[in-house]
Each structure stands twice: as C-alpha cells, then as structure tokens.
Design a protein around this ligand. Structure first.
Ligand code: TXA
Ligand code: MG
Length: 330
C-alpha cells in the first residue's frame, strides 16, 4: 500500500462519476455512497487492485467481498440464481440485500475477492450515485465498507476521509447515507440462510420467500477460522471506547447512546449524550448508529452506555452491530 496517495474528494455529479469509472478502470480505489454505508470500490476482475484494497483497509485477506453490479442481468453474468434467489432479487433489488450464490461459469470476479470460495456475494445497490458509477464502469465492483478494518462503517464522506485519506485515490461525496447499516446477507444454500442481519429486515425476507430463514451453524468468534460470513467476526464493528449494552442507568464518566424518550437514572451526568431516535423509530436509529458511535467514541468517555433497542425490524441489525461493538475491547 502507498500511504502517500493524494486522495481527491469530489461532490457527486457527472464529473465525479466519470472520474470514478476512470479510476476503477485504471486499477485505483474509489469510495462511493451506497444506500447502506459508503463502500470502497475496486475493479472486481483486477486482483492487483483488490490486493491494494485489502492493504488500504488493513483487512485480513480471507475476508471475501461483495460484488456490486448495476442490475440483475449483470448479476447473472457472475452468479447462478436458484428459485429462492430469483424471488429475493425481484423483491429487493435494487436495495440493501446481498445474496451469496454459486459462481457462474465465466465469473470475472477474482479469486482473491471471493477468498477462494466457489460462491460469490452479489448486490445491486439502490443509491443513484452508486448505480451511475457501476453503469459508467461497466463491470462488477467489489466494495467493502470504506473504513479501516475494525472501525465502524462510514455513513458520510468525512468518515471515509478520516479513515482512508492518503490510502485511496478518490472519495465521491454523495452526502449522508439513508439506511445506515450494511446490507442483509442471505446465503442461497439448500435452505436460504441469514448470514448477516442488515438493511432489509428478516421479516420482510421471510415474507417474500414464504418460509423462515435458516440460522448459520455457529457464531464466529475470532479471525482464526474460515468464516461463512466474516462480517460475523466478533469485534468487526468496534469503537475504541468500551461499550456497555442494555444500560438501565448511567454511571460517572460514561457517555450515553440513548433510544426513545425514557430518561435513565444518572443521564444528567453523562459525559455526552446522543439519542438514536427520540420517537423510537428503528429506521431513524439505524441511520444514526455508526455516526453517533463515532462521535461518542471521540468524547474521551470511560464507557459508552447503550440503552436497550427492540429486536424487531432493523433492530436486529442494530443489536447485532452493537454486540460486536461491545466485544473485544478492554
Ligand atoms: O451494505 C453493504 O453490504 C456494504 C456496502 C458498501 O455495499 N458492504 C459491506 O461489505 O458491508 P463488507 O465487506 O464490510 O461485508 C461483506 C460481508 C462480509 O461479512 C463477508 O464475509 C461476506 O459479506 N461475504 C462476502 N462473500 C461471501 C461469500 N462468498 N460467502 C459468505 N459470505 C460472504
Ligand atoms: Mg465492513
């Protein structure tokens, strides 16, 4: 990795889209907005570009990436769709759903990007800027979240800049993202399996499928194994400050990540306080989650205390990310 790259930041628009497509074609790294979080894109067919991407993120090389494509026709060139996959693609694309599917014959996605698996993760994002970049580039773009490995995912161009300035070529600034948590990942195996809760709630997927989603065999707790979905790495989403979940009071020296209007004992003494959603709206809370974690992480608090969040709708993804944020930090 070259730590002294000059990272350009361009506001979303025609010039930025053209620059993004050119940079990708030249093997460069481009951060761009999707509806979930900002992604760090590289040409999915270019192993050298992908190696640079892993280096820029400081990500373990076995962590496979999502290939982003502009539409279902482009997805069919890299992956094989069974009946369940067809249903899900029609119901939720473009949108915050990733499907893990068998690679198609002639799939151009580099083995490095799929960590040598015979499956590939595919998604058609809904964000207008992401789609324009994919169309202009004309091939699949692998894009993990555009943060340093282990940091929380970026929901603004400024977050990307603070993690990756000097390590990537271009940031396309499309403003804050809408959804705020990453895509839901469904493995289309013998029975469709929820690999990562995310921007499409489980209930909606089960309704579209007409059946319950299977659970992965085990939760992955460390970097040591070859994970099914390494987004499951236990400390993947950790801020530097310790995180305390299910808080029912605030202790001295703590910052508070609140939800709803209920006022906790000791809240007045919090070092800092941000409310994910005063009106207890889980969609609003998801959109605020990573930005608020970053802000509270910067307050020098002893701990970030987090109020309970209901586990329905996007709450399942929010609680999943919060559990990861709470693991593995002293
Ligand atoms: O919303 C999102 O999905 C964002 C935006 C940028 O699209 N991307 C994102 O990528 O979250 P990343 O790299 O942070 O997470 C990708 C997840 C990882 O947990 C990875 O293990 C899983 O997808 N994955 C990729 N390919 C896989 C495969 N073949 N089998 C199982 N899991 C896979
Ligand atoms: Mg990530």
């Amino acid at each position: 990795m070259n730590p002294t790259l000059e990272t350009r930041i361009l506001p979303a628009g025609e010039a930025a889209v053209a620059a993004a497509a050119r940079t990708l074609a030249a093997g460069g790294l481009v951060a761009f907005p999707t509806e979930t979080v900002y992604g760090l894109g590289a040409d999915a067919a270019n192993p050298t570009a992908i190696a640079h991407l892993y280096a820029a993120k400081g990500r373990p090389a076995f962590n496979p990436l999502i290939a982003h494509v502009s539409d279902l026709a482009a997805a069919r060139k890299i992956a094989r769709f069974d009946a369940a996959a067809e249903k899900l693609a029609h119901a939720f694309w473009p949108g915050p759903l990733t499907l893990v599917l068998p690679k198609a014959d002639g799939c151009v996605v580099a083995d490095l990007a799929t960590a040598g698996l015979d499956t590939v993760a595919v998604r058609v994002p809904a964000h207008a800027v992401a789609r324009e970049i994919l169309r202009a580039f004309g091939g699949p773009v692998v894009a993990p979240s555009a943060n340093l490995s282990g940091h929380v995912s970026p929901t603004t161009a400024a977050h990307v800049d603070s993690d990756l300035a000097g390590r990537i070529d271009l940031i396309v600034d499309g403003g804050p993202v809408e959804v705020g948590v990453e895509s839901t990942i469904v493995g289309c195996f013998d029975s469709p399996m929820l690999l990562r809760p995310g921007g499409v709630p489980r209930e909606e997927i089960e309704r579209a499928l007409g059946r319950a989603l299977a659970q992965p065999p085990q939760e992955i707790e460390s970097d040591s194994a070859q994970p099914l979905a390494p987004g499951m790495l236990a400390s993947h989403y950790a801020p530097r400050t310790r995180v305390r979940l299910q808080a029912d009071s605030v202790e001295r020296g703590e910052a508070l990540l609140a939800f709803g209007l209920h006022r906790l004992h000791g809240a007045d003494n919090a070092v800092a306080m941000l409310n994910l959603s005063e009106r207890s709206d889980l969609d609003e809370a998801a959109a605020n989650l990573f930005g608020y974690l970053r802000s509270l992480d910067a307050k020098g608090a002893r701990t970030i205390a987090v109020m309970p969040i209901p586990n329905e709708g996007l709450g399942e993804a929010i609680n999943d990310r919060l559990r990861r944020a709470a693991v593995g930090r002293a």
